[in-house]
Write a protein of this length. Structure first.
Length: 260
């Protein structure tokens, strides 16, 4: 929007050259609003994608080893995760190598996290998306072990999340997972739907709609790719968005029935 406004203002005052300058300045503002300061320069996108991929799979390896051993469920999840992404052979080999690197008991993950913060930290939503990916990984065997939760909390703290914010995100992803597969089941409840959106039964319709739209915006494919999530990793975000959609529909349907 600002690039069009900038072009019009520039043209009004300085003609075609002014329109060009105004368009560039407006594009800068548009990217800042959509992606944050870290995403303003489109030329750095490939670097952010590379660092995001590296951090995800190294962290997955570290997380899988957090409870002292790597379960078959966790190995299967990583393999399925890679297959679901439709990664190229080169990316698949790179992902496996990074996972093994992170799973090494002597590997120090802090430099990897510091690099992620330096390259991706000022870009909207990338820190949150990384944590979501890791929580989904930890849930691969049906529940999160205490050692895994401690590590996730440490990573979140490293990214600037306090314990309350981390717990809220963890609770949301846990409850979103109840809506996986596109269907509700006996394990899904209205309470879980509210938690999946980070709201409560006391929240107004407007608050619920606002929370829903914010989450859907965060998981929007174009927005994520613009920030630096590799294109072949968007499938995970799409799945989360589908779970959020189902939870939201459940809430809306319930409220229409009860008139609240």
């Amino acid at each position: 929007m600002f690039k069009l406004i900038g072009a019009l203002i520039g043209f009004y005052f300085w003609g075609f050259f002014g329109a060009f300058i105004g368009y560039l300045l407006g594009s800068f503002i548009d990217r800042y609003q959509a992606y944050g300061m870290g995403g303003v320069n489109p030329l750095s996108q490939s670097q952010r994608q590379s660092v995001f991929l590296e951090t995800v799979f190294i962290s997955m390896g570290k997380l899988a080893k957090a409870d002292g051993h790597i379960s078959q469920d966790e190995i299967d999840h990583v393999e399925q995760f890679i297959q679901k992404l439709g990664m190229s052979t080169e990316h698949r080999q790179q992902a496996i190598s990074l996972f093994k690197q992170g799973a090494d008991a002597n590997f120090d993950i802090k430099p990897t996290l510091n690099k992620f913060i330096a390259i991706c930290g000022n870009t909207n939503d990338l820190k949150q998306m990384l944590l979501v990916y890791l929580i989904v990984m930890a849930l691969s065997d049906g529940h999160i072990h205490s050692d895994e939760e401690i590590m996730l909390k440490d990573i979140a703290r490293h990214f600037g999340y306090d314990e309350t914010a981390f717990k809220r995100m963890l609770d949301m992803v846990l409850n979103q997972s109840h809506f996986a597969g596109g269907q509700t089941s006996s394990t899904t409840s209205l309470d879980g739907a509210y938690k999946a959106l980070g709201v409560s039964k006391e929240s107004s319709d407007q608050e619920i709609k606002r929370a829903y739209r914010k989450l859907m915006s965060q998981y929007h494919p174009d927005k994520l790719m613009g920030q630096g999530v590799p294109e072949d990793m968007i499938a995970v975000a799409t799945k989360q968005a589908q779970e959020i959609q189902i939870a939201y529909n459940l809430i809306i349907t319930s409220r229409k029935k009860t008139g609240t």
